[in-house]
Design a protein around this ligand. Structure first.
Ligand code: BEZ
Length: 225
């Protein structure tokens, strides 16, 4: 199976989820999607992460993004675990309601399709010694194209603000001929795409500043829209 790269079409699949069966491409529809895997149910780092995604769901929705988790356990286990996540999250971080689907993948079918299985942490295995997943993230656009991949080790919880930040950059870059600099956040100055001539830039981005001949800055056009 060829590696999944940025620009690959996200493989389609059918799966059981906590919100019913899905066909992945149909579930994505005309929205963006974040598919993120977890090692296993009832594990501590995962419990903190899923609660955080639940609390941030409105931020994803504002950007037209649907979120879907995956872990290599069965549906009844997921359903019990969600109760723990909501309970723990609301005690520690504020109201928490996991109302996005979590894929049940006890046989690692989707995990294998997306190359999510752990090859580094000998503790991240089930009772038969079969690897669980690492913490992968796939950001997929409405055309089903993979736009971002991340792989974090089981021991390290992700920063979902960073994933929102990248989505802001991708969506702004799709709409305007710009790129985004280091540590950029929506509203900060952006870079005029190197493929835009200075003549074009005068029309597209009046008032752009040339910092270096190849580094031209302009106000973030995505906040004016
Ligand atoms: C966790 O979620 O805490 C975890 C899961 C598998 C291996 C290590 C940590």
């Amino acid at each position: 199976m060829p590696a999944l790269r940025l620009g690959s079409i996200a493989p389609d699949f059918e799966a059981e989820t906590t919100q019913g069966p899905i066909k992945f491409h149909d579930w994505i529809g005309d929205k963006w999607a974040v598919l993120f895997s977890h090692p296993a149910d009832f594990t501590p780092v995962c419990t903190t992460e899923l609660g955080e995604v639940a609390r941030k769901k409105p931020e994803f929705e504002k950007r037209g993004v649907q979120v879907i988790g995956l872990s290599a356990n069965a549906l009844d286990s997921h359903d019990k675990w969600i109760k723990d996540i909501d309970d723990f999250g609301s005690k520690v971080s504020g109201p928490t309601h996991v109302d996005f689907p979590i894929i049940a993948d006890p046989e690692r079918k989707v995990a294998t399709l997306y190359d999510m299985l752990d090859a580094v942490d000998p503790t991240n295995v089930d009772s038969k010694g079969i690897p669980f997943t690492v913490r992968t993230v796939f950001v997929i656009d409405p055309k089903k194209v993979i736009r971002l991949t991340l792989s974090y080790p089981a021991q390290t919880g992700r920063d979902f603000d960073e994933i929102l930040r990248v989505i802001d950059s991708l969506q702004a870059g799709d709409k305007y001929r710009i790129t985004t600099p280091v540590n950029w956040h929506k509203g900060d100055d952006v870079i005029v795409h190197p493929g835009v001539s200075n003549e074009e830039a005068k029309t597209l981005f009046p008032g752009f500043k040339t910092v270096l001949p190849y580094l031209r800055l302009t106000e973030d056009p995505s906040v004016k829209a």
